[in-house]
Design a protein around this ligand. Structure first.
Ligand SMILES: O=C(CO)[C@H](O)[C@H](O)COP(=O)(O)O
Length: 238
């Protein structure tokens, strides 16, 4: 398969310095990031606890980056409005978080955000088939959610291709977004499999040069696409 899609880079603040969160957000914006990925963990759906809507609201005036909010939270419905009010542009919820995914995705849209459905490594692609009309992105977990700095699970690659095919079959422009263990080695195979946007924490915030890291990831992805003239920076709102 030759992906026709470009490569957007979404630094995950999870790997940044929380004591300087606003500076970190501004720094990746200046370094050429396409989106800012914000990982909200509840200590229940996943073992770790990070931050909530108040934190995101405080960050909102500090950067113009698209806020790509990943809720690893169950149950989630009662919290959606707080994240929309805080300034989320897209809210991803997990297919595994239940109990009424269709209602949850509709609620996100009714709040004025775009919706993404996140899918864990052990969950088959077909689990999202009935909600594709409600989402603008599929967030494919390429690690088990809960922590940054984990190893990319290569057995997720065939699922990326299946999800790309399912997304394209809708005739709508649905992003297929990788999350976890993305680095210079893994981004190429993920892109070749059909992904078009990439969450990267350690591979950006773990370096001393964010611009070089972001540019390197984008180039490494696009290098796998034969004949592309794309610059990798289309509209992140889609
Ligand atoms: O959702 C996540 C973990 O649940 C993180 O976004 C993800 O792990 C990114 O971090 P890294 O690039 O360091 O793997």
């Amino acid at each position: 398969m030759i992906p026709k899609h470009s490569a957007l880079i979404a630094p995950s603040l999870l790997a940044g310095d929380f004591s300087r969160a606003a500076e970190e957000a501004a720094a990746v914006e200046a370094a050429g990031a396409d989106l800012l990925h914000l990982d909200v963990m509840d200590g229940h759906f996943v073992p770790n606890i990070t931050f909530g809507a108040q934190f995101i609201k405080a960050l909102r005036p500090k950067t113009k980056l698209f806020f790509d909010v990943h809720l690893m939270v169950a149950p989630v419905d009662a919290h959606l409005k707080a994240f929309a009010d805080a300034g989320a542009d897209r809210i991803h919820v997990h297919v595994e978080a239940g109990p009424h995914l269709h209602r949850t995705l509709q609620a996100i849209r009714d709040l004025g955000c775009t919706a993404g459905v996140a899918i864990n490594p052990a969950t088959p692609a077909v689990a999202v088939a009935e909600v594709l009309d409600l989402v603008d992105a599929i967030l494919v977990m390429t690690v088990n959610p809960g922590w940054g700095g984990q190893k990319f699970i290569t057995s997720t690659l065939p699922k990326i291709t299946r999800l790309r095919e399912m997304a394209d079959a809708t005739g709508r422009d649905i992003a297929v977004q990788m999350d976890g263990g993305i680095d210079l080695e893994t981004i190429g195979p993920a892109h070749a499999a059909g992904a078009d946007r990439y969450v990267a924490g350690s591979a950006i915030f773990g370096t001393g040069d964010y611009a070089r890291a972001i540019d390197g990831l984008r180039r490494a992805a696009l290098a796998t696409v034969r004949g592309t003239g794309e610059d990798g920076r289309p509209d992140p709102m889609r």
